[in-house]
Each structure stands twice: as structure tokens, then as C-alpha cells.
Design a protein around this ligand. Structure first.
Ligand SMILES: [Zn+2]
Length: 275
């Protein structure tokens, strides 16, 4: 069998899990090879050279060699650790939700340059945004677009008539807005004019501009519902079977606890580093 040469790639660490006593399996997301699972050996031992460079939600350059079953991280160098994400529960919650969406929707050895750039840009925005949840909404809309499920917001997905902002429905199954007449016959869930306008604004605006829009609790809950159903539709059984879409809905609780523990771990490590 021909020997495969080690490669170097830029990647974002989506998550990691322990392996044996001293190692971790890192799930990396790279622009050219998609999702990669690689073992970081000895990374849980004190003085490991790798340990600071394979933290979830960091971006780096990785050397990878083929191991017996998984790839092995031979060296790593952090390019961006996004410290602001790790120090703030709200930012971490949204970052984890975006990373999980990428994790569960990409495959090994599939070039994913556009999605990589979208995730990287969104994580950058998240470090400074005054509205972390808006960054995720903005990200999800573009994620849907990249997956070929851009929500139709200009004309009714049933009768093709142009729509105004009032009295519409939203049908994730049909892929977008439903006019008042079709909605009146029972198609789609209610789409308030506030969320209709917000969706259209987010679609054409920068992430930064989207974060400036004030969104009340009702509109936020409604938007989350439409986005969640659209994600389920776009990713079909893949997310539904994993329960991920539901976990997005519970992000307020699950994400917060995961984010809290992640933030606490980082603070703990910083404390030890200071000692
Ligand atoms: Zn219609």
C-alpha cells in the first residue's frame, strides 16, 4: 500500500472528547477536507505541547498523519483562540450551537470552503457583537442558503403571488413565506410582520447591522421556531434523528450549562497558568 504523506491544514476545533487516560479525539473542521476526527496524543498530560492548541472553538494550523484507524495530530499552532467567546456565557452558547450545527451537517473529506469561511466570520463577529443570538440567526440563514434551502421571502411558496408584510404564514416544508390567502386555507405557521421584516432584513444585511435590530421576546421565539423547522427540513433526518434541532430550542438551558462549564474550565486553566 502506498504510504500517505502527512498533511497540514488550517482548521477550527469543533469539539473534543477524552480517549484513554491521556489522549483526546478532536473534531476538526477544515476548508478543504471538511470534518476530520484526529487523535491528540498525550494532550491530557501536564506539559503537553499540544494541549493549548486543540481547545474547542479555536482556529489553528494542524499537522495530521494517518494512524491505524484515526488521523493523528502531529503538531498544532493556534491562529485564533477567540478568548472573548470563552469568557462570556452568551457568546459561548451561540458559538457552541453553530459549531454543533457544522459538526452534524458535514462529512469527512468533503471540501467545505464556503461553510468554513461562514463559520470563521461568524465566530469573529460573535467576539464583539452586542447581540450574540443575532449572530447565530444570521449564520443559520446563510447556512440554509449554502445547503440549497434559502427561505423564499418574496413570493408565496404555494401560489407564487408576491407577498406584503401582513397576514402571512411560514411553511418550512415548502421553504418559505405563504400568502394570506394560502395561509388562510391552513398552510404554514403564523409569520408576524415583525419577523417577516426581520428575515428580509437579515438576508440582505451584514452580521453587524443585523445585531443592531431590537427584537422582542415574542418575535425572538417565533423566529427561533421558523429557523429550527427550516433546519430540520434542510438537513432532513440527519438532525431530526439526533435530536439536535430540539437541542437548539433548549439552547437557553443546555447551551448555558455547557457554556458555563466551558467558561469555568478556561478560567480554571488560566488560574493554574497564572500559578
Ligand atoms: Zn399563496
Amino acid at each position: 500500500m502506498p504510504r500517505i504523506r502527512p498533511i497540514r491544514t488550517e482548521a477550527i476545533v469543533l469539539r473534543q472528547r477524552p480517549l484513554g487516560d491521556a489522549d483526546r479525539i478532536c473534531v476538526l473542521f477544515s476548508p478543504n477536507r471538511g470534518r476530520i476526527e484526529a487523535v491528540a496524543k498525550g494532550v491530557r498530560k501536564p506539559l503537553s505541547k499540544l494541549s493549548g492548541h486543540v481547545e474547542p472553538l479555536s482556529r489553528g494550523q494542524f499537522g495530521l498523519a494517518h494512524g491505524r484507524s484515526l488521523e493523528v495530530v502531529t503538531d498544532a499552532q493556534t491562529l485564533d483562540s477567540w478568548p472573548a467567546l470563552h469568557e462570556d456565557v452568551d457568546r459561548m452558547t451561540e458559538a457552541l450551537a453553530m459549531a454543533e450545527l457544522v459538526d452534524r451537517s458535514t462529512d469527512f473529506d468533503v471540501a467545505s470552503g464556503a461553510l468554513y469561511q461562514l463559520l470563521r466570520h461568524s465566530l469573529d463577529e460573535l467576539t464583539t457583537s452586542s447581540s450574540p443570538r443575532s449572530v447565530r440567526w444570521w449564520f443559520v440563514l446563510r447556512f440554509l442558503d449554502q445547503q440549497g434551502y434559502r427561505p423564499e421571502l418574496d413570493s408565496c411558496v404555494r401560489c407564487r403571488n408576491e407577498v406584503g408584510p401582513e397576514g402571512n404564514g411560514f411553511s418550512a416544508v415548502d421553504g418559505g413565506v405563504v400568502c394570506p390567502t394560502c395561509h388562510g386555507s391552513g398552510v404554514g405557521q403564523r409569520l408576524s410582520s415583525a419577523v417577516f421584516r426581520l428575515l428580509r432584513y437579515m438576508r440582505r444585511s451584514s452580521c453587524e447591522s443585523t445585531a443592531q435590530v431590537r427584537v422582542d421576546a415574542d418575535a425572538s421565539a417565533e423566529l427561533e421556531r421558523h429557523l429550527r423547522l427550516s433546519l430540520e427540513q434542510a438537513l432532513d433526518g440527519r438532525l431530526r434523528s439526533s435530536g439536535f434541532a430540539e437541542s437548539l430550542a433548549r439552547a437557553e438551558t443546555i447551551g448555558r450549562s455547557a457554556a458555563s462549564s466551558a467558561a469555568e474550565r478556561v478560567q480554571e486553566e488560566q488560574k493554574h497558568a497564572a500559578i
